[in-house]
Design a protein around this ligand. Structure first.
Ligand SMILES: Nc1ncnc2c1ncn2[C@@H]1O[C@H](COP(=O)(O)OP(=O)(O)OP(=O)(O)O)[C@@H](O)[C@H]1O
Ligand SMILES: [Mg+2]
Length: 310
């Protein structure tokens, strides 16, 4: 049997392991991950888009040297897609290929009832492991070592799905009528993310550690860009971050996230820019702001923003 995944030894250990993977966490983030690991409690990570929620789960798995199993939530997601379903096309194919054999089993049945009963007696063959299609939750429960289970964008699924999720998260066991009860040998580390499209229920929040991931301060944002884009010049990174941080103080429809800071730095590096002057800023600001209203508001403020020195 595979050995259980290693756990974090301290909060500093979390920060160091994540940093080695290019994820710059502050102590609050590292503490949440450390506690989730030690207390076997899920973390609910909420916050605006592009601020590192999904990435946190990916690096948590990588830093523990374990598999990441991802359940992407969407409107209409149901138990069958999240937990397991029977592989109907395969069952059908087998019944066709085995038509003769099934004919033999049914041969001589005097009545329809007798034929059905004979077929029922063979049901196990078709509702067995061979025809089971495990979905992410079941895969995480059956894993032979501790995995990280990412339940991504849980706010996109309906409230009924959340209730079902609570059940799974409370005992990590599932009952498959045809196969019996399966209980997790290794409770996964669970990270749920939400963009706040819908408020999560108190019951879910009670079960989870809560982590709000929002925009980083300038120092952490510079460290993030430097970690992700090691070839970018530190002076350019500092300038990009200063402008982005100033843009976030404007009253915009969509504030720029870490993703946009990274994209902008990448673009400026492609353009061989050494620093951001007004023209360059105007020409490339569409990498940072994606609404015309936001762009025009930012253009009105550009002189002030660019004149601010650290
Ligand atoms: N602390 C961090 N250290 C390094 N990179 C980060 C950090 N936070 C975010 N990033 C980078 O920012 C980008 C966006 O992160 P991610 O996709 O995890 O955001 P998200 O919060 O899941 O967004 P969404 O809500 O849109 O799914 C990724 O490229 C990620 O690597
Ligand atoms: Mg995400």
């Amino acid at each position: 049997m595979a050995s259980p995944a290693p756990t974090f030894s301290s909060i500093d250990d979390v920060m160091e392991r994540l940093a080695r993977l290019g994820y710059i966490a502050d102590r609050r983030i590292a503490t949440a991950l450390f506690l989730a690991d030690r207390m076997h409690k899920p973390i609910l990570v909420e916050g605006p888009a592009g601020c590192g929620k999904t990435e946190l789960a990916k690096v948590a798995a990588a830093s523990l040297g374990t598999e990441l199993i991802r359940l992407q939530c969407y409107e209409g997601l149901d138990e069958a897609k999240a937990l397991y379903e029977w592989e109907y096309p395969k069952q059908l194919l087998y019944t066709q290929v085995l038509r003769d054999k099934i004919g033999e089993v049914l041969a001589g049945a005097a009545t329809l009832r007798e034929a059905v009963e004979r077929l029922v007696a063979q049901e196990d063959a078709f509702f067995s492991e061979n025809f089971l299609l495990p979905r992410p939750l079941l895969r995480a429960i059956r894993a032979d070592r501790r995995v990280v289970l990412l339940i991504d964008e849980v706010d996109r699924a309906e409230a009924e799905f959340e209730a079902f999720l609570l059940e799974v998260l409370s005992d990590f066991q599932v009952s498959i009528p045809e196969l019996g009860t399966i209980r997790a040998a290794h409770v996964p580390m669970v990270i749920l993310t939400s963009n706040n499209a819908r408020e999560m229920t108190d019951a879910l929040k009670r079960r989870c550690l809560y982590l709000h991931l929002s925009y980083p301060d300038a120092a952490r944002e510079q460290a993030i860009v430097a970690a992700r884009l090691p070839d970018a010049a530190p002076a350019l990174i500092a300038e990009v971050v200063r402008v982005v941080q100033a843009l976030r103080r404007l009253d915009l429809k969509k504030l720029p996230s870490i993703s946009e800071t990274l994209e902008w730095t990448r673009a400026l590096a492609v353009l061989n820019a050494e620093h951001i002057d007004r023209d360059l800023c105007e020409q490339t600001l569409n990498l940072v702001l994606k609404y015309e209203g936001d762009l025009s508001r930012a253009r009105d403020e550009l002189d002030r923003i660019l004149s601010v020195r650290p």
